[in-house]
Design a protein around this ligand. Structure first.
Ligand SMILES: N[C@@H](Cc1c[nH]c[nH+]1)C(=O)O
Length: 389
């Protein structure tokens, strides 16, 4: 095997793609700052048990593990930054007021989430702690939509769901609770035959409700249908009321989206505790951003705090965008003359890209197109710009 091959679903990011990703990262982080989100940088690896605190079995399976040579303990490479940020809020900041944090960094997955998905997403996101009301969820949704708008996506669909519906059903049926993991999987896949087989000996009320969930998908009217076909349990009524309110808020948010309800969409890391959302853009079957409420993670860290947030993969998002236009730049000779150096410094200070040709090489770089050259004025000693081509 050639020694320059990389593992499957792991790739280098080459110049023009890297530029797109970096520009998006800056735009989004700057926007988070305008809403008062403070940047944090959690470590790439942690003790496994802290990384998995409050997270589900999915997270465990997705985590690369290794042994720490210093402590002999098991370490994990983060598969998701959300629980790390919850740990920071719970233990390091110790604030009682509302805390807004944002982050951007690589995460690693043992298996790709799709055939062509990377195992090293570049996760960026925002988390808000300390407010249990829907206002916090609405702000997070608005930020997620604004992030996609910054990347140029305007025709966005926002799917809303709520873990309260399934929770209420499980709490009313011990057999369903026992099969929880299998039910999640069947619902995620909208696999009705599998659901039928699984639910055979459940209480009829719960069985009918579980079988109805995959079809409870569509515009806001689905909530009325859900009220008709789902049992009248307090948890379900509360979840549906919250979804109705969030749908209205999302429809009026900055960078507004077309809103849909999908009561069987339960993808995630199994730490969610309330309303959840996923954002979709045309041409891509998978969600480009996900978020929602996860009030119990802080509690697992020993300090209960309401929590809500969203994250997205910048690599995936950038892949959907057209290649950036080549940046116009200036070609300059290499030289030690103070006038030349000053002129080049002045141009760079004003934001121009100035590329000095190395002796014997004059090729242009992929990302840059030299449309001007810095040349010495004929019969003079001034450096002037000359248009090329
Ligand atoms: N980190 C979650 C999304 C999320 C962020 N905050 C809350 N939920 C994910 O990648 O699916």
């Amino acid at each position: 095997m050639p020694n320059w091959l990389l593992p499957e679903n792991i790739a280098d990011v080459l110049p023009s793609e890297a530029r797109k990703i970096e520009e998006l990262r800056r735009l989004m982080l700057d926007n988070f700052r305008l809403y008062g989100y403070e940047l944090v940088m959690p470590p790439l690896l942690e003790y496994l048990e802290s990384l998995l605190t409050g997270a589900g079995e999915d997270t465990d399976l997705r985590t690369f593990k290794l042994v720490d040579q210093l402590s002999g303990r098991m370490l994990g490479l983060r598969p998701d930054m959300t629980t790390q940020v919850a740990r920071i809020d719970a233990h390091l900041l110790n604030r009682t007021s509302v805390t807004r944090l944002c982050y951007a960094g690589s995460v690693l997955h043992t298996r790709p989430s799709g055939l062509h998905a990377t195992r090293e997403p570049l996760q960026i996101g925002c988390e808000m702690y300390g407010h249990a009301g829907l206002e916090a969820d609405a702000e997070i949704q608005e930020l997620a939509l604004a992030s996609l708008a910054l990347a140029g996506f305007t025709a966005v669909r926002l799917d809303l769901t709520h873990v309260g519906v399934l929770r209420a059903l499980l709490d009313n049926c011990p057999a369903a609770k026992r099969d929880q993991a299998k039910l999640y999987a069947a619902l995620r896949a909208k696999d009705v035959p599998d659901l039928q087989a699984l639910t055979q000996d459940y209480a009829p009320l719960v069985r009918d409700a579980l079988l109805a969930l995959p079809s409870l998908y569509g515009d806001i009217d689905v909530l009325n249908k859900a009220r008709e076909v789902l049992p009248d349990l307090p948890g379900i009524a509360k979840a549906l009321a919250e979804l109705a309110e969030l749908a209205a808020l999302a429809a009026s948010a900055i960078g507004r989206a077309q809103v849909a309800i999908d009561l069987a969409d339960l993808r995630g890391y199994q730490y969610e505790s309330g309303a959840m959302f996923a954002l979709y853009v045309p041409g891509l079957p998978n969600a480009v951003a996900r978020g929602g409420r996860y009030d119990h993670v802080g509690e697992a860290f020993g300090r209960a705090r309401p929590a809500t947030g969203f994250s997205l993969d910048l690599r995936e998002l950038a892949r959907l965008l057209p290649t950036a236009e080549r940046k116009h730049s200036i070609r300059a000779p290499w030289g030690n003359a103070p006038e030349l150096k000053e002129k080049i410094a002045e141009l760079r200070k004003s934001g121009e890209v100035v590329i000095q040709s190395m002796p014997g090489h004059s090729h242009e770089l992929d990302e840059f197109e030299c449309d001007r050259a810095l040349v010495l004025e004929e019969h003079g000693s001034n450096w002037i710009l000359k248009n090329l081509g």
